[in-house]
Design a protein around this ligand. Structure first.
Ligand SMILES: C[S@@+](CC[C@H](N)C(=O)[O-])C[C@H]1O[C@@H](n2cnc3c(N)ncnc32)[C@H](O)[C@@H]1O
Length: 309
């Protein structure tokens, strides 16, 4: 497949399909008033496993045309948030490092840029910065901006831009090989800073969205997926696993949001368990390219579900 460079991340190659998706997204975003800010159009500032960029064109027709607030309890890299750029939004995630980045970009972007400028692309240096979380004393001495810069640095220079931690919660992604990774994308960080000014950012588990959600809010749920096979399991965004119990709890949150009168969209895997769990709701099938699988022969088009009320 023909590939070219990603203008937003020159270290990443884009396929023709992705370029086509980007042009659809860009035209939609140009229509958005927020996109006309002097700082430019904000994009996700991290590459995030399970990011929804490639599915946005299929999901767009199911997104409510009108809603009050946008609530995203599993925000991750925030692909849909950055696509919609809603005026009023509440973003949650239980990954402390991730939410700290959003908060620092919102409040202290200048300091973050200064911290990012100190990082350099070098294998030995990468492992030194990666190891900081193994020493609680050293780590707790970092400022919030330094922690956010570390997270962004590791994301831009680690293998495949993954975020993955082990059982102890230590970041364990190996060094990645890039030509010239853009560690500090100053322009985009300022654009994100502006987009976040009216956004509430919360470090907490998804069920706390019930404390905020009200009638006519749009709640977008993109949890770690229920695994379709043993090798497809990827739930290491934090040291807490997202197993069957969490999926059942999420289903009960979905029902409560429905009773409150929220408009809801939820992505998950195309699996008997999920199809059965949400059998009382509308289920649409999406087709996705599998992005995370160590066995390249398992990369291909797979079905996913988009559930709505
Ligand atoms: C599939 S990713 C979301 C990807 C996102 N939609 C994007 O475009 O990048 C799932 C997210 O759920 C978060 N997560 C996992 N368990 C959670 C929980 N119990 N409560 C809130 N967030 C959780 C992870 O940290 C991860 O960021």
């Amino acid at each position: 497949m023909k590939e070219t460079q990603n203008p937003h991340n020159p270290t990443m190659k884009l396929s023709e399909t992705e370029i086509a998706i980007d042009s659809i997204l860009d035209s939609r975003r140009r229509e958005n008033k927020k996109a006309k800010t002097i700082t430019g159009i904000p994009y996700p500032f991290l590459k995030w496993a399970g990011g929804k960029r490639q599915l946005l064109s299929q999901m767009e027709k199911f997104i409510p045309k009108e809603f009050n607030r946008y609530i995203e309890p599993f925000v991750g890299g925030g692909a849909l948030f950055f696509f919609l750029l809603p005026k009023k939004a509440i973003l949650l995630d239980n990954n402390f490092e991730l939410i700290n980045c959003y908060k620092v970009i919102k409040k202290n972007v200048n300091e973050l840029v200064q911290c990012l400028k100190k990082h350099t692309y070098n294998k030995e240096y990468y492992y030194k910065i990666r190891a900081l979380d193994r020493n609680i004393e050293k780590y707790s001495m970092l400022s919030d901006s330094e922690k956010a810069a570390r997270m962004i640095f590791l994301n831009k220079t680690g293998y495949n831009g993954l975020y993955r931690v082990n059982q102890k919660g230590f970041f364990n992604v190996p060094f990645g090989k890039y030509k010239n990774p853009k560690i500090c994308d100053r322009k985009n960080l300022f654009a994100v800073h502006h987009a976040l000014q009216s956004v509430k950012i919360i470090h907490n588990s998804f069920e706390h969205c019930l404390d905020y959600a009200e009638e006519e809010d749009f709640v977008y749920l993109d949890p770690p997926y229920y695994p379709i096979s043993d090798t497809s399991l990827f739930t290491s965004y934090t040291k807490f696993n997202f197993g069957k119990d969490s999926q059942i709890k999420l289903h009960s949150v979905f029902k409560k949001l429905d009773q409150k009168g929220c408009q809801i969209l939820l992505n998950n895997s195309y699996s008997d368990f999920i199809l059965n769990l949400y059998k009382d709701f509308r289920i649409e099938i999406l087709k996705a390219k599998r992005a995370i699988n160590s066995k390249s022969n398992k990369r291909g088009e797979i079905k996913e579900v988009l559930i709505m009320n």
